[in-house]
Design a protein around this ligand. Structure first.
Ligand SMILES: Nc1ncnc2c1ncn2[C@@H]1O[C@H](COP(=O)(O)OP(=O)(O)OP(=O)(O)O)[C@@H](O)[C@H]1O
Ligand SMILES: [Mg+2]
Length: 292
């Protein structure tokens, strides 16, 4: 009992210390004139994009078109050759270290491939950012938060004590998501979260993403090849081609455009099949909710 009281007091204290102002602008991410190059290879040239607060923005483009590099430039892992990147209104390029850390604690990232530490358990993986950003937290509170994030990402409780190698691919993605949510971010970056999952696992992961975004009020930057994901959960889609974002909009809006890549991608048979699946799923949802 006493322990529980101490725990509650610590949480309250944390909350008092932690009066970070919440972002209330319209665009938590703003990119202007971005240029990225590796040697002679220009990956982005004069790329601009604004992500709206509260949306799930799907980011698509051919393999090698620079989706992951774009994400890395937003989160400061890739220093662009030119351009401006503002996250929560603050310039992330060349920011002061403490300013950068403050912004960094407000987003979570699920990297392509998961990138969990293989020598740490799932719970320990989730505790890494907690230790880094809140070193004063007691071990007990840290464990409690980690257990909570495990449940939140739909993993069974016993997954917390397992190592990544002891999990299925789908469970590893959820563990990565749990870690991305460790610091209660306002902004979530997901790079190909459903790649390698079977269609049911992928649909479950999509639903989890949508539910978390809605309940936690997240803004989500979601890189994906998965047409089902785009139809099922994305509010808008940004298309990366010709070294820039050539279009941003809902899928029907994109279909109006005559860009060859967009037409091939969204006008093809796989896209039509994904649309049928999504329409059917939404109709079933509405019927279940008594809305139909
Ligand atoms: N650190 C790096 N050094 C050199 N070249 C790089 C580096 N990172 C990315 N590239 C190159 O930049 C281009 C874009 O890579 P990126 O990983 O962003 O592609 P992507 O759109 O995410 O592709 P995929 O869909 O296959 O994940 C590729 O040609 C890649 O080889
Ligand atoms: Mg990539």
């Amino acid at each position: 009992m006493q322990d529980e009281e101490i725990l509650r007091e610590e949480i309250a204290e944390e909350a008092r210390d932690d009066v970070v102002e919440e972002f209330d602008g319209d665009y938590p991410i703003e990119i202007e004139g971005l240029r990225n190059e590796f040697g002679n290879q220009v990956v982005h040239e004069d790329l601009s994009l604004r992500v709206q607060r509260g949306e799930i923005l799907g980011v698509v483009g051919g393999s090698g078109s620079g989706k992951s590099v774009l994400m890395r430039s937003i989160i400061g892992l890739q220093i662009p050759a030119a351009g401006e990147v503002r996250v929560f209104g603050k310039n992330t390029i060349g920011a002061e270290p403490d300013e950068e850390a403050a912004v960094r604690s407000r987003w979570g990232v699920l990297f392509q491939g998961g990138a969990l530490f293989s020598t740490l358990t799932v719970a320990e993986n989730i505790e890494v950012p907690l230790k880094q950003f809140y070193p004063e937290l007691s071990a007990e509170l840290r464990h409690e938060i980690a257990r909570y994030k495990v449940r939140m990402s739909g993993l069974p409780e016993d997954a917390a004590a397992k190592y990544p190698s002891q999990l299925s691919g789908g469970m590893r993605k959820r563990a990565g998501l749990a870690r991305a949510l460790a610091l209660d971010p306002e902004l979530l970056f997901l790079d190909e979260p459903t790649a390698g999952l079977d269609p049911i696992g992928a649909a479950n992961f999509d639903n989890l993403t949508r539910d978390l975004a809605d309940t936690l009020g997240l803004t989500v930057f979601l890189i994906t090849h998965d047409l089902d994901t785009l139809y099922a959960i994305c509010d808008r889609v940004a298309v990366l081609a010709d070294k820039k974002v050539v279009a941003v909009g809902t899928i029907p809006e994109l279909l109006e455009l005559d860009h060859p890549w967009i037409q091939e991608y969204f006008g093809g048979p796989r896209s039509r099949a994904a649309q049928v699946t999504s329409t059917r799923a939404k109709a079933m949802d509405n019927a279940a909710d008594g809305k139909a």
